[in-house]
Design a protein around this ligand. Structure first.
Ligand SMILES: O=C(O)c1ccc[n+]([C@@H]2O[C@H](COP(=O)([O-])O)[C@@H](O)[C@H]2O)c1
Ligand SMILES: Cc1cc2nc[nH]c2cc1C
Length: 345
């Protein structure tokens, strides 16, 4: 399967709209800078969306779900069956991301890349099943080259015209895959990047670190490309996110990166195609302990810090509300001249 599209250059933010938005922010009825990051968000989105009136009306949310062979190593606080059960919950509208998606009036879909267990037929559920689960990477590669390509392309195929794209994920065991990817990609100590995921105790955390360390020794990762790393350690949903992020940047759709697992996907996507960087907005600092280190490696500043560690795209959905308000302020506030308010001396 052809993966040449992954390195097609990303769009470039429009400097003219950035300068116009900066000038407008100086003229709005407030002391310059007093809206802090809300100002820089509006300026950034003006450049990304190539418009004087950036907006977040058409929000696309895609939750990519998949199971992980490495879950068999006892690295999660929950059984693998929860992935498929949560897919059903996403369809019924009972998950946290469903509530937030309704509030945002977002276009919401779940993409099933392969879960062990029954999943319903539902108009909001896209069937992109590759296998019941990725392979256990403590024994061999997580996926074949063909499966990797299918997952990347499935993510790409979820990107269409929207004001912003929010990628979420669901997959028991995927913090183990994400930690392994980040450790290998950035040569980090496994213990520093590995956290408690769904809430494992000290004993299981120690085991999780040992499982990842053993796998990194098993696979000769030093000479592997970012794509090979993803194939060896990643899950189908992580690969789909990589494909979606790269495609968004190529099509000019800004992305809200969610938490720890999505940041691992962003890191791989950036390693494959560095030009996508301007399109990735980091929504929040997850409570997963390695997230700060991963964001530091990416020199990324998250917008929010709410001690969330849910996944599903929930942190990105919270950030979307803030950005929507930032853009409304930019578009709708009066200027000093319009309001007859005196500017600074
Ligand atoms: O997004 C995050 O930062 C995050 C942090 C910890 C856990 N999660 C979610 O929890 C699941 C993975 O946890 P675990 O313990 O099974 O590896 C998966 O479905 C993720 O969506 C998500
Ligand atoms: C219940 C539950 C919901 C989730 N949503 C994302 N990851 C999750 C993990 C669990 C266990």
């Amino acid at each position: 399967m052809d993966l040449d599209w992954l390195t097609v250059p990303a769009r470039v933010p429009d400097e003219t709209f950035i300068q116009a938005a900066l000038a407008r922010q100086q003229n709005l009825t407030k002391p310059p800078g007093s809206l802090g990051q809300l100002e820089s968000l509006a300026v950034r989105f003006a450049g990304l969306q190539q418009t004087a009136e950036p907006q977040l009306e058409r929000i696309a949310i895609r939750v990519f779900a998949a199971d992980h062979g490495v879950a068999a190593q006892g690295v999660s606080a929950f059984p693998q069956s929860v992935t498929a059960q949560m897919v059903a919950n996403f369809c019924r509208g009972g998950a946290a991301i469903c509530v937030l998606a309704r509030k945002l009036e977002a276009d919401f879909k779940v993409v099933n890349l392969g879960c062990t267990g029954e999943t319903p037929e539902h108009p909001d559920l896209i069937d992109a099943r590759i296998a019941p689960a990725s392979g256990d990477f403590t024994r061999g590669p997580a996926m074949s080259r063909e499966q990797l390509a299918m997952a990347l392309n499935a993510g790409r195929d979820q990107v269409a015209g929207a004001d912003v794209f929010l990628g979420g994920e669901m997959g028991i065991g995927n913090t183990t895959a994400a930690a392994a990817i980040l450790a290998a990609l950035y040569q980090l100590p496994v213990a520093a990047i590995t956290g408690r995921g769904t809430g494992i105790d000290d004993r299981v955390l120690e085991h999780k670190v040992a499982v990842i360390e053993k796998a990194l020794v098993l696979h000769n990762l030093k000479r592997q490309s970012p794509l090979q790393l993803l194939q060896t350690l990643g899950g189908f949903e992580i690969a789909a996110l990589v494909g979606a992020y790269i495609s968004c940047a190529q099509r000019g759709v800004p992305v809200l990166v969610d938490g720890f697992i999505t940041t691992a996907a962003a890191a791989v996507a950036l390693a494959i195609n560095p030009g996508i960087e301007p399109w990735l907005v980091y929504s929040h600092l997850s409570n997963e302990s390695g997230h700060k280190l991963a964001l530091d490696k990416l020199r990324a500043e998250p917008l929010l810090s709410l001690d969330m560690r849910l996944g599903e795209g929930s942190g990105a959905a919270m950030a979307a509300g803030v950005i929507r308000q930032a853009l409304a302020l930019h578009n709708q506030m009066a200027t000093f001249a319009e309001a007859g308010v005196a500017g600074a001396d």
